[in-house]
Design a protein around this ligand. Structure first.
Ligand code: BES
Ligand code: MN
Ligand code: ZN
Length: 481
């Protein structure tokens, strides 16, 4: 999908105008073609279009077309509403075979933010994953101009940032949607290597290196797989000095559960168990193109989790990089085993803070559904920054507790820790486990199990991987630059 900022509304003959309206907003931009304005005014008078959220109406006039899209309550029509409405618009246009459009951004204080939201919403909703189809689907919606309703405002920078965001999120989604027989750890590492250049460097550690780095927990998960594991280490240096933000993404390219094998139903969805890692890779893609003045260390421990004759067993005790011993209760609690070693490793270089993203627990999905990621942190400052980034990006988070009780539940009779804490509070005990590996570094954990993929088209999301986390991390880092 290609976006372009345009100073004045002028759709091509194959395209359409898109106009967003809240339910109390009846004014029509004077820049719009006269015939279309009359048609829209008539539709509004007849109450064929009222501006409710999700409502659409396609009008013809003067040789072009106008799609009216409802924003809902006028008071709530900020970037978030516009992002969702632009998604609705993109899907409507596509359903009608319209491949180009000019989105008219409502005049407001912050036109640039709104223009970016429109770009994101339309671009992400137009995303398609057809890499594995033998025939491409019919022509898709692929070209858009973003113009201010009132004319005049300069939106080029906002639209180009929006476009870069769409590309980075699409990259993360592609990785998530690829089948697990393609996107093994070696493949992810090769995709990471392609991002290297300029301020971004990439190092990849193989199985022997992972063992030599004393990452006994990570190595235990990777043991039975015929696919080689990889620890992907990326550094982005956007400022000569200054604090480093460490990011860690769970990269389980397929989670069978191992010896504690999962039920067959929906097991295919466990290809999405690397979406935390994909979000981190997507963010690095964006850093490479946008070059902000921040410093980032990014780690993606990647492997699949397979059963086999050499697989680790429940009862096995392994030693993590920080020296703590872990009794494996469930081989299906594998995500924390990769993350704990990556977090220890990141903490050693004393970053200013660490954030990990992981499709870590089904319990988090039970708690929050697909509405928000679980946010665990003991650092109030970091929580505030992440909540701000969440507001700016529309990627919702919800605070979850790290009570000492959860840490008690992770103590083992035979080792320092056990990797599963029983039936209750599963998202919280998982977070409490990770906490044992971060030392004194301010750290936040995002359990994205409910938000990483979706089984229905929704707002700016398409069935499959959502790319959740790329935009949240981007806003977090931008605020720090
Ligand atoms: N990848 C899963 C978590 C998951 C499950 C995410 C379903 C999204 C949907 C993770 O590795 C896992 O299996 N977690 C276990 C932990 C348990 C064994 C302590 C879980 O949530 O059941
Ligand atoms: Mn698992
Ligand atoms: Zn998993």
């Amino acid at each position: 999908m290609r976006f372009q900022a345009s100073p004045a509304p002028s759709p091509s003959r194959r395209g359409a105008f898109v106009l967003f309206r809240g339910d109390a907003d009846r004014s029509l931009p004077p820049s719009l073609d006269r015939a279309l304005r009359d048609a829209a005014a008539a539709a509004l008078r007849a109450k064929e279009f009222t501006g409710r959220k999700g409502e659409t109406l396609l009008l013809h006039g003067g040789g072009s077309r106008l799609l009216l899209v409802g924003l809902g309550d006028k008071k709530a029509s900020g970037p978030d509403a516009l992002r969702g409405a632009a998604g609705v618009a993109a899907r409507q246009l596509e359903a009608r075979g319209i491949q180009e459009a000019t989105f008219l951004v409502p005049g407001a204080k912050d036109e640039a933010a709104l223009a970016r939201a429109v770009t994101e919403g339309a671009g992400l909703a137009a995303y398609r994953f057809d890499a594995c189809k033998s025939r491409r689907e019919k022509a898709r919606f692929g070209k858009a101009a973003v113009a201010p309703e009132s004319g005049g405002a300069r939106l080029a920078a906002a639209v180009s940032e929006g476009q870069a965001i769409v590309e980075a999120v699409s990259f993360a989604r592609d990785l998530g949607n690829l089948p697990p027989n393609t996107k093994n750890a070696v493949y992810l590492a090769s995709e990471a290597r392609k991002l290297a250049g300029g301020r971004l460097s990439v190092r990849v550690h193989d199985r022997r290196a992972i063992e030599r780095m004393r990452m006994g927990a990570f190595a235990a998960v990777a043991r039975a797989s015929a696919n080689e594991p990889r620890l992907i280490e990326m550094r982005y240096k956007g400022a000569p000095r200054g604090p480093v933000v460490a990011l860690v993404g769970k990269g389980v390219t397929f989670d069978t559960g191992g010896i504690s094998i999962k039920p067959a139903e929906k097991m295919e969805e466990m290809k999405f168990d690397m979406c935390g890692g994909a979000a981190v890779l997507g963010l690095m893609h964006l850093l490479g193109s946008q070059k902000p003045r921040v410093n980032v260390l990014a780690l993606v421990p990647a492997t699949d989790n397979m059963p086999g004759g050499d697989a680790c067993r429940p009862g096995d005790i392994v030693k993590a990089r920080n020296g703590k011993t872990i009794e494996i209760i469930s081989t299906d609690a594998e995500g924390r085993m990769l993350l704990c070693d990556a977090l220890s490793y990141a903490a050693e270089s004393k970053p200013a803070c660490m954030i990990d993203l992981a499709t870590l627990t089904g319990a988090c999905v039970v708690a929050l559904g697909d509405a928000a990621a679980g946010l665990f942190t003991s650092d109030d400052g970091l929580r505030g920054e992440i909540e701000e980034a969440s507001k700016a990006s529309g990627e919702r988070v919800w605070p979850m507790p790290l009570f000492p009780r959860y840490s008690e539940m992770m103590k083992s009779s035979y080792a320092d820790l056990k990797n599963a804490g029983g039936r209750y509070g599963g998202a919280c005990t998982a977070a409490a486990f990770l906490k044992e590996f971060v030392g004194a570094v301010p750290w936040a954990h995002l359990d994205i199990a409910g938000t990483a993929w979706t089984d229905k088209d929704q707002e700016w999301n398409r069935v499959g991987a959502t790319g959740y986390g790329v935009r949240l991390l981007w806003e977090f880092l931008k605020a720090r630059a």
